[in-house]
Design a protein around this ligand. Sequence first.
Ligand code: SF4
Length: 306
Amino acid sequence: MNNYVFGPVPSRRLDRSLGVDLVPFKTCPYDCVYCQLGRTTCKTIQRREWVPLEDVFVQLSQALEQRPDYITLSGSGEPTLHRRLGILIRRIKTITDIPIAVLTSGSLLWDAQVREEVRQADLVIPSLDAGDERTFRRINRPHDDITFDRLLDGLIRFRQEFTGQYWLEVFVVAGVTDNEQQISRIADYARDMHPDLVQLNTAVRPSSEHGIEAVGNQRLEALAGLFHPPAEVVADYHSVQMSTKHTTDVKRILTMLQRRPCTAGQIADGLGTHPNEVSKLLGSLIEKGQVQVLEKSGNQFFQASV
Ligand code: SF4
């Protein structure tokens, strides 16, 4: 049986977060230039039972012994693509009172059925990374059926119907949206959504597209002031605090990359670790100059520095 549940992993925003993967690796309506998981291999808006709900539920029930602070439906693709998301949330709520968070691109919230299912969660963190259609296409590279207006409509409607915590995430891309014009537009739209929080993030980990760089902390703090009330900067500029498991994983990653270049997904498969964790470790290794990034056929590969 595949592993659909991972962690709990320490999360800056969600403390000890138990992650749940509801779709196969890189199954998503977007193909964001900043994605830590590489290029989207299955760009779709089709809702299906992508992974067996029963298996997810059994694994999750067992992992609850570790008393995480949040159960986070997220992972390596778009969780709202799972056709039985609402049933899963309802079932989880029959066995625990641990709050359920949904980390989503927000790209399917124009669909009334998706909104009805997602609003059963306690915390929803959708994204808005652009202030207009052109920039939206450039950064998020959405499925053809998702327009900027459709996305905005879904984000606003969802807020009107959802009474839980709504934290809007804005991922700022250096050279594209780190300017007052774009961020002011996003801030205007955010005002219509009445989020409980707006959080600014940036590419502090390796991205799917070569040349995507992090916006500096000072600049991000200045842009945060354009929101009303000001946004919170959540980009984690610090290297991962290494646990014993991390140190072992790092050694195995380096051994693997000394043999041949690999993508983040291939490393995660080889290690039996979640791609999000691999991405964090790769970020640290690149920062220390132990790993280099190679661009090949539109994919990012990693190789050990000689
Ligand atoms: S960052 Fe999220 S929404 Fe964007 S492509 Fe990656 S998984 Fe999809």
